[in-house]
Ligand binder design. Structure first.
Ligand SMILES: [Fe+2]
Ligand SMILES: [Fe+2]
Length: 481
């Protein structure tokens, strides 16, 4: 059998030879009904019968891995797909640097690996739950299809993590897999594991910010797990990254199209002052200061996902060869970090101060810096859109000290520029920097569904090209009557 071909003869499409791995196949098959049940009750609300023009992964060949067709979402073929095994792959970092990559879980790192896989797995269904109401207010059929594509792929990512748990962690793994279907985003008793995945995604601006900022955290986590010395995890994450790229495309272009529409509407109406919020909002578009506040919120929540800047857990995972750095194999150093240091912004005597820390304990910080640089490239492209239409305004990432709940700045208040302020100032000015309930109400007022093919809501521009090169009036979703 061609290693890249996908076996569709089992209930679960896969390229890991499940047909001959009866134990794991049985475990997955008994997990399957609970998953479908979860999808039907916690997945996209009101669209389970709709025919959606979706891509499905059919191979792991980079040149032709997906096919597009109309699918009812509960019938989507969620599969287990790993990137091809690299002959002779070596552990690329940590104390086992240069040793052959592990094909089985090393006993001493079992608990650590299980925990990392479970946390990654938990984020996947969480985002589907967070986004389940969005279908009802989609600004077009194109956008409706995009959120569903993201949702089914997050579902597949859950499958990917569950496969690892069931194949490599025995009974413990099966228990973790069951619990992944029991936690719920935002639930008081059984919340999802990470903060940002318990926040609401109440509107489409939030959704696009989420896919830009929070899916990008996901990308960075997958990138560092793709370096793992545990080869099945590395191969799984490498293929997930292929799909993840589309999620960030949805976010970046979603925000880009929103900025485009706002700027064009302002130009047409002859409004020069971006702070003339009332007049801009009267045009049925989202004013730029509100866009900036949403950006501040989602960026700061996503920074929290990287954990503490200085972390012995992160150091241990690196040392163990379990979780590496972004593009580890391209970094020119000893890959062991025995003596290197890394600069960390810390709160010292009430001042934000750069402190050199051992690079080994500053692994989270480094990944977060790589993340920030990646975000900034997207902002640069957004700023070009604003500039091209001829509006004088610039989006910026707020300081890492702003609005934090985890790490060095969690007990301090800071402005988006990074100036430390007292509680009273924060309480007075907070609504200048983060979305207020008024802003939320205004955005909500724009969220009216548009379901005619080729038509778009007032606040967002059409995309430049269609999905799978389809024409502008293509019916991406056939909504069941
Ligand atoms: Fe994902
Ligand atoms: Fe994603």
């Amino acid at each position: 059998m061609n290693i890249q071909a996908v076996d569709y003869s089992t209930k679960i499409p896969n390229n890991v030879n499940l047909a001959e791995d009866r134990t794991v196949l049985r475990a997955l098959e008994s997990w399957h009904p609970g998953y479908i049940d979860w999808w039907k009750t916690m997945g996209p609300e009101g669209f389970q019968e709709a025919l959606v023009y979706l891509r499905t992964a059919v191979s792991v060949d980079p040149k032709g891995w997906a096919k597009f067709d109309y699918v009812k979402m509960p019938d989507y073929r969620w599969g287990i797909l790993l990137a091809p095994q690299e002959e002779g792959r070596k552990i690329p970092f940590g104390q086992h640097y240069g040793e052959p990559a592990w094909q089985e879980v090393p006993g001493e790192y079992r608990a650590m690996l299980r925990r990392l896989i479970t946390i990654q797995g938990d984020t996947e269904p969480a985002s589907v739950e967070q986004q389940r109401h969005l279908g009802k207010t989609a600004p077009s059929l194109y956008d409706l299809r995009n959120v569903f594509q993201v949702n089914v792929e997050e579902g597949r990512h859950l499958w990917a993590m569950v496969y690892l748990l069931q194949k490599y962690f025995g009974r413990d793994g099966r228990e973790e897999a069951a619990e992944l279907l029991q936690r719920r985003s935002g639930d008081a008793d059984k919340p999802r594991m990470l903060g940002a995945f318990n926040e609401a995604t109440p509107d489409w601006l939030s959704f696009h910010m989420f896919t830009f900022f929070t899916d990008r955290d996901g990308k960075m986590q997958l990138e560092s797990l793709a370096q793992s010395g545990f080869d099945p995890l590395s191969r799984t994450c490498r293929f997930m990254l292929t799909e993840e790229a589309h999620h960030m495309f949805v976010g970046e272009t979603g925000i880009g199209r929103t900025l485009q529409r706002t700027c064009e509407a302002m130009k047409e109406a002859g409004i020069e002052d971006v702070n003339d919020i009332e007049r801009v909002r009267a045009l049925g578009v989202i004013d730029l200061p509100t866009m900036k506040k949403k950006l501040n919120l989602h960026y700061s929540l996503s920074l929290d996902l990287f954990g503490s800047e200085v972390s012995t857990n992160a150091a241990n995972a690196f040392n163990a060869g379990i979780k590496g750095r972004y593009q580890e194999t391209k970094i020119q150093d000893d890959h062991k970090l025995e003596t290197a240091t890394y600069p960390v912004l810390k709160l010292v005597n009430g001042q934000a101060t750069r402190v050199d820390e051992p690079a080994l304990t500053a692994i989270n910080m480094r990944l977060r810096d790589d993340y920030t640089a990646d975000c900034q490239r997207g902002l640069d492209r957004w700023n070009k859109i604003i500039e091209k239409v001829g509006i004088d305004y610039k989006l910026e990432l707020p300081s890492v000290a702003f609005h934090r709940h985890i790490g060095e700045f969690k007990d301090a208040h800071a402005t988006p520029d990074g100036a430390l302020i007292d509680d009273a100032t924060w309480n007075r000015d907070r609504d200048k920097w983060l979305p207020s309930s008024d802003d939320g109400e205004f955005i909500k007022s724009l969220m009216k569904p548009v379901t005619e093919p080729g038509k778009f809501a007032s606040w967002i521009s059409p995309p430049r090209v269609g999905i799978d090169n389809k024409p502008g009036d293509f019916e991406y979703v056939k909504i069941a009557a």
